[in-house]
Ligand binder design. Sequence first.
Ligand SMILES: NC(=O)c1ccc[n+]([C@@H]2O[C@H](COP(=O)([O-])OP(=O)(O)OC[C@H]3O[C@@H](n4cnc5c(N)ncnc54)[C@H](OP(=O)(O)O)[C@@H]3O)[C@@H](O)[C@H]2O)c1
Length: 280
Amino acid sequence: MKIGFIGGGNMGEAMLAAVLDKGLAAPQDVRVSDISETRRRYLEEKYGVAAVSDNLLAAGNVEVVVLAVKPQNLAQVMADMRGQLKDGQLVLSIIAGAGISTLRPGLDHRSIVRVMPNTPARIGEGISVWTATPEVTGAQKKWAGAILGAMGKEIYVDDEGYLDMATAISGSGPAYIFLVIEVLVEAAVGIGLSRDIAMELVVETILGSVHFMQKSGKTPAELRRMVTSPGGTTAEALLKLEEGGFSDLLIQAVSAAYDRARGLGANKSAGSGGDGGEYD
Ligand SMILES: NC(=O)c1ccc[n+]([C@@H]2O[C@H](COP(=O)([O-])OP(=O)(O)OC[C@H]3O[C@@H](n4cnc5c(N)ncnc54)[C@H](OP(=O)(O)O)[C@@H]3O)[C@@H](O)[C@H]2O)c1
């Protein structure tokens, strides 16, 4: 498969590395365009791919064109590429908040896959939710599935609306988990553990709990009850969490992220730009 990457930053590099690692494309079949010369040199040296400054050069004569620039650079990229892609080419966009209703007219191209990946993709443990326009062929869907599968798990959905929901769970989710880790470590240090031991206890507890749940086949509620004896230490902690509205707050946080994701999509469709955050 020949692939052109528009934007070779964090996520572009993650995808490029995964594609090469899984043998989906050979280095000579991969081209990357990036406005940063330092970045281009780095990608050429590390991966042996051709890195160019001209987006059209990266997108020409390839089967899949990956859009991996920040949202605020999308207008420029669409201006460069509008009407220049061939019918048989697949565009795969990971740009947060850029809906198909923006990409299709902006590029004047019909075959588009839109993806919501997440950062663990950088170590091959991501999860991507993706959808495709009706013009995307079965073979192109297989390419998309293979490219995204190289970065972890992938889930195809036939309604673009699910991408906004995925944004609030798997897209933003790593930040929720990192915050939980940070706070638990601080709490552990607060009651007297050394920072090193605190970090190890927190990380291993999270990893072990998730693997235990997956392997045991039990629900999280069942497993939670197993560690919660009446009147015991866990019960005391859970009571405190509920008094502080923990569950309700988490539900509100997800809902706020979802509203924001939908708002971004609507704003983009109306033609306004994002302001630069990861999911803007
Ligand atoms: N990181 C994540 O966790 C994550 C998750 C889901 C989705 N995404 C989406 O993935 C996209 C890429 O994110 P990222 O973290 O990889 O961003 P990034 O590291 O900033 O990478 C973007 C790269 O594109 C370059 N660039 C800027 N304008 C360009 C242009 N006109 N033509 C070609 N290259 C250009 C940038 O160069 P300069 O740095 O010199 O501007 C940078 O090297 C974003 O749209 C984001 O919404 C990211």
